[in-house]
Design a binder for this molecule. Structure first.
Ligand code: GAR
Length: 215
């Protein structure tokens, strides 16, 4: 077995995706080891999840910085010192500067709770309901300088029922998030997944425009 990939996870909140990644590393679904979890919010519950799993934690409170670029520079520094193979955004609710993204391009993954390119940005579930969409879902993608615009890798869909509201839909989508994010991280850890000239490849095959669909 190849050496375990070193992973840094960035969070802002509950960290349920982080939890699924921790468990996937523990079960060897991901051949990786989380070296540090960094939150921009001191009270993020995910910090507690990381501590309980024996993972190094750090809070870099964005409200203490004068500018986005100053925050991103500190964040980059505290990641680079670990020289990770993979940087995972798991509910990290900050827009990153192009300078930050450039440092980690090809190693930087995000999960976004919509079927991109539909509904980039915030309030994705309410917007899908308001538009009377029949399906919602989640996308894992490489991060590029364009917000929620990097090449998609894997998507999972859920039906939107008449009885759904944003909360029930978010809960259904989260179940899918916890399945597909570990899968994509496992591919990157095994070096099966690559970003080449702005396109995503898995096992040397260019991915379809909106990524693979989970079954
Ligand atoms: C997840 O639904 C994730 O897709 C979303 O935040 C939630 C974090 O939940 N991310 C974004 O909206 C990024 N723009 P978690 O803290 O329980 O993993």
């Amino acid at each position: 077995m190849k050496k375990a990939a070193s992973i840094v996870v960035l969070i802002s909140g509950s960290g349920s995706n982080l939890q699924s990644i921790i468990e996937a590393c523990q079960s060897d679904q991901i051949n990786g080891q989380i070296k540090r979890v960094i939150s921009n919010r001191p009270k993020a519950f995910g910090l507690q999840r990381a501590s309980e799993a024996g993972i190094d934690t750090l809070c870099i409170d964005h409200t203490k910085f004068d500018s986005r670029s100053a925050f991103d520079a500190e964040l980059a520094k505290r990641i680079i010192e670990l020289n990770p193979d993979i940087v995972v955004l798991a509910g990290f609710m900050r827009i990153l500067t192009p300078e930050f993204v450039a440092i980690f391009e090809g190693k930087l993954l995000n999960i976004h709770p919509s079927l991109l390119p539909k509904y980039p940005g915030l309030n994705t579930h309410q917007r899908a309901i308001d538009d009377e969409q029949k399906q919602a879902g989640v996308t894992v993608h490489f991060v590029t300088a364009e917000l929620d615009g990097g090449p998609s890798i894997l998507q999972a869909k859920v039906p939107i029922l008449n009885s759904d509201n944003a909360d029930t839909l978010a809960a259904k989508v989260l179940i899918e998030e916890h399945k597909i994010y570990p899968q994509v991280i496992a591919w990157l850890a095994e070096e099966r997944l690559k970003l080449i000239d702005g396109d995503a490849f898995l096992d040397q095959h260019k991915l379809p425009e909106h990524g693979y669909k989970a079954d």
